[in-house]
Design a binder for this molecule. Structure first.
Ligand code: FER
Length: 178
């Protein structure tokens, strides 16, 4: 948690846990300079997890980072990380169908891309639900870039507590044996 961020390289390969002020908890990993992985532990789509999501990742000024992407569901996400202050501002733009049928998206999305694309055609897009929130970062880890062990299993209740307590990952962000 004491890491100081100044360059884009400081940010890439970093793994975060954070809680939005509305209570939604996420894990998020800057996998490399163009993809992100995440797990969702709270909120409308708790249980959802995704790897290899293409994203635009830039540093705005030293230590402040902006990440934006659009998902196969049609959900759009824009995140501003201020890791030296342990804060994030995130805005998520949900198509109407995700609000109406969140359970469709609660899965390991990578294995169900066809289902997401079918649902976004079948159901309503508008009006979108905009969720703008600040978040508090509760954990920062240096996992290194292109580490496929960081986000590689489904979320479970208590997972983020296990991670913060050092019971989940080893020093290389591989899973400790159960
Ligand atoms: C975030 C990380 C991922 C976030 C949203 C997502 C707004 C994705 C959500 C989704 O796919 O439903 O910090 O916050």
């Amino acid at each position: 948690m004491n890491k100081k961020f100044a360059t884009l390289d400081d940010f890439l390969g970093t793994y975060f846990i954070y809680t939005y002020d509305n209570g939604w908890e996420y894990e998020w990993y800057a996998h490399n300079d163009h993809t992100v992985d995440y797990r969702i532990h709270g909120g409308m789509v708790a249980g959802r997890w995704v790897t290899g999501q293409e994203a635009n990742i830039v540093m705005l000024v030293p230590g402040i980072y902006k990440i934006a992407w659009t998902e196969p569901t049609g959900t759009d996400v824009a995140l501003d990380f201020m890791p030296n202050d342990h804060r994030i501002n995130g805005t998520i733009f949900f198509p109407k169908w995700v609000q109406d049928h969140p359970e469709i998206t609660v899965t390991y999305q990578n294995e169900h891309i066809d289902l997401m694309e079918a649902a976004r055609e079948k159901y309503e897009t508008y009006p979108k639900l905009v969720v703008p929130e600040f978040a508090q970062i509760t954990y920062i880890g240096d996992a290194g870039q292109n580490n496929t062990d960081v986000i590689n299993e489904a979320p479970y209740a208590g997972m983020t507590d296990d991670i913060r307590a050092g019971k989940f990952y080893d020093d290389n962000y591989k899973r400790l044996s159960k």
